[in-house]
Write a protein that binds this ligand. Sequence first.
Ligand code: BEZ
Length: 387
Amino acid sequence: MKTALKLTGAATLALMAAAGHAQTSAPIKVGLMLPYTGTYAALGNMIENGFRLYVQEQGGKLAGREIQYVKLDDESEPSKATDNVNKLIKRDNVDVLVGTVHSGVALAMAKAARDSNTLLIIPNAGADAITGPMCAPNVVRSSFSNWQPGYAMGIVAGQRGHKRAMTITWNYAAGAETVKGFTEGLEKGGGKVIKDLTLPFPNVEFQALLTEIAAQKPDAVYAFFAGGGAVKFVKDYAAAGLNRTIPLYGPGFLTDGTLEAQGAAAQGVLTTLHYADNLDTPRNNAFRKSFALTYKQNADVYAVQGYDAAQMLAVGLAAAKGDLAKRDAITAAMHKATIDSPRGKFTISPAGNPVQDMYLREAKGLNNEFKSIAVKALADPARGCRM
Ligand code: BEZ
């Protein structure tokens, strides 16, 4: 026979209060879905380190709540992405998802986050659709859309008088979208792209494509590669002697976090991005010092994006006084925030993407040095976003 459990009104209230307290005092589970193996492994580690650094600077807590991490290696593998993200959402019951680097994986994460109404902060992947047709209040980015740095580089290439450019990239969303942005910017300045070259991700057999570039003799080449692939491409471009006759441009990922490995081959390469290593501001100097002291290595753009993902979460949680159930307060605060980033202050567009300055940088020594502002306060056009 079952024993009926009868509670007095006061006991019920006490239990409810205790449950409420548990909800706002238990650690917040952050699911870090990032690449820890493969060509983007270094990027995933820098993002995690940046995120942890900000939390550590706040004493290990955001809005009074401890942060607990659950890590998952997504291997930059879109075919495993839906299963992987569902492990974090359904098996591990994470409160917040942070990830990832690869646009194809991030598209699956954004769909799962929308379907389950899980808060998702994207610390890199630029897939335009996520802050375009797939936009949702619970999905925000601390990074960029693929269109943004591509468009900025196209504007700069046009200003530099280039009329016939070729592009080369991996054949997936990030490559296609950054090339689209570049083409749009270049065409505004009266130039055009004469040929787009691609190879499958994460292939690094560039030789046949470099031979084709040499044969076509464009005025300029725009390349998107990142991580290990960027190291190999920039070295191969120089080894083929192309850097002596055809200027190489790219979004900043081509030379970010890679300069030591690229050596002389990268020197002088011009790129556009929302960060430059030597931005001489108190915020950037303090961040770089703190990062170097903690991790014994220099920060890069990926570390900045991880750091800012934690800042965005902090802003949302502060507005909800640490109560994750107050989802609307969290997302509204994130969308209204001005983030005091090492890159400079930025705001979040209604579609959830940073509105930020795009810098022209030059690779010098081990730094991507600031040269000028290529485009001020650039907002992604958010084509197709209805919110
Ligand atoms: C992407 O897949 O969106 C991406 C990967 C590495 C660097 C930048 C973008």
